[in-house]
Design a protein around this ligand. Structure first.
Ligand code: PLP
Length: 444
């Protein structure tokens, strides 16, 4: 065993798979065994592995300017080019971009920008943030406080109250609807719950509502039709900003440029971007805010001083160059359009498993999906604990495919956006084998 402290829920990791190299949609372990990477690493290697253009961009930029920063009146061209490109892409009005290194730190930046902004306009009491149950927003102290996934916060006594984090319902109809409730009734109930929370807390104390357009790491939850329209109507009525955490859903993953487009979310005030921003070849993230918020923050009459925030690696030139090249490839090779087409195929093929005795729900949109295994197909009763999900994930691995168990007993699928139809077929075949193994395990 190595001396690594592994980032899992159980620090005593006894079995590990050591990956040595990657090529296209595949990775290889130290024994040379091939695995289809059906989760694109951690939902991030959109252009697959060993992409020559990204590798060349990295080395070229390293030779040109390996490091520079954005402090004390300094900046660099590749960072400027990337912010211009991003600002033109996102559905945030007159977008302004702050660079970071990870999704977690970008969400922390957003929390501080929100506080700074409301301080600047003389409303310091408006700092609370509503996040949803079963959401995932990262692991730093603040981002984990936003996260609505128990293991990520219950064991750490995180400062929810100090941060003003409020929690509202997860929009998962299959799991959270009341008996006999229609999708519309479910949406109305949880939107009413949101409004009741706002009224109880006081809209003047709430800055923003954060949501992953499609929840990723905590189960791939696709809200019912009409959910976001109703949520946004309530937020607009009460003057609360919509903050889209697009760390997974950004850049083609859902079959459009952003998850907001796929889910019909209108003009978010803030957007968090990371992962596929650079196809994960270099760590980089972006906290995007509306132009008028930025203007208010720099207004001479603003009631705050220096914006004392920034990372050594904010806008790292090598990461920025790789991100720019990634965005260029997305556009040139029509990667988002391809993801829409392939996504339809992947979703259709995955739904074939609805006939499997173990499968309760198949959900997803574009190139992100989850297959939920249940104890009782008729009632949807879940398995207790996560042993079934862990077994199924291992069975996929044994058959040469990497996936991940999420929300205990769902298997997640989020392959690189460059996969072929044949590779999706391979994914389906391997999943079929793994589900049959899991059925044997469950019925033994
Ligand atoms: N937000 C969302 C929606 C995520 O899925 C993740 C990571 O999976 C994060 C934030 C945190 O990103 P990172 O792991 O880069 O800190």
């Amino acid at each position: 065993m190595s001396e690594i402290i592994y980032p899992t829920t159980n620090l005593k990791v006894t079995e590990t798979l050591t990956i040595e190299r990657g090529d296209g949609a595949y990775v290889y372990d130290t024994e040379g065994k091939q695995y289809l990477e059906a989760l694109a690493g951690l939902w991030c290697t959109s252009l697959g592995y060993n992409n020559r253009e990204l590798i060349d961009t990295t080395t070229e930029q390293m030779g040109k300017l390996a490091y520079s920063h954005m402090f004390g009146g300094k900046t660099h061209q590749v960072g400027i080019d990337l912010s211009d490109k991003l600002a033109a892409m996102v559905p945030v009005e007159n977008a302004k971009v702050f660079f970071g290194n990870s999704g977690s730190d970008a969400n922390d930046t957003h929390i501080k920008m929100l506080r700074y902004y409301f301080n600047a306009i003389g409303k310091p009491e408006k700092f609370k943030i509503i996040s949803r149950e079963r959401s995932y927003h990262g692991v730093t102290v603040a981002a984990a406080s936003l996260t609505g996934l128990p293991p990520n916060h219950t064991n750490f006594d995180l400062p929810f109250d100090a941060l003003g984090v409020l929690r509202t319902d997860a929009p998962h109809y299959y799991r959270n609807a009341l008996p006999g409730e229609s999708e519309d009734q479910f949406v109305d109930r949880i939107v009413n719950n949101l409004e009741a929370l706002i009224l109880a807390e006081g809209a003047d104390t709430i800055a923003a509502f954060i949501a992953e357009p499609i929840t990723g790491a905590s189960g791939v939850i696709v809200p019912p039709k009409g959910y976001y329209q109703k949520i946004q109507a309530v937020l607009n009525k009460h003057g609360i900003l919509f903050w889209a955490d697009e760390v997974i859903t950004g850049f083609g993953r859902t079959g459009n440029d952003f998850g907001c487009t796929t889910m019909g979310i209108e003009k978010p005030a803030m957007m968090t971007l990371a992962k596929q921003l650079s196809s994960a070849y270099m760590p980089i993230s972006a906290s995007v805010i509306r132009g008028d918020m930025y203007e208010a923050m720099i207004e001479p009459s603003a009631k705050v001083g220096v914006f004392g925030h920034g990372y050594t690696y904010s806008g790292h030139p090598v990461a920025a160059a790789v991100a720019l090249k990634t965005l260029e490839i997305y556009e040139r090779d029509n990667i988002f359009g391809r993801a829409a087409e392939l996504g339809e195929y992947m979703q259709t093929r995955l739904r074939e498993f609805l006939d499997h005795p173990l499968v309760g729900e198949v959900r997803g949109e574009g190139m992100i999906a989850a297959v939920e295994m249940v104890a009782d197909k008729q009632t949807g009763q879940p398995f207790e604990g996560g042993a079934v999900g862990t077994f199924a994930m291992q069975a996929c691995q044994d058959h040469g495919m990497i996936t991940r168990a999420v929300a205990a007993n769902s298997l997640a699928f989020c392959p690189p956006l460059i996969v072929t139809v044949a590779q999706i077929d391979e994914m389906i075949e391997k999943l079929g084998l793994a589900l049959n193994d899991t059925l044997d395990f469950v019925t033994k």
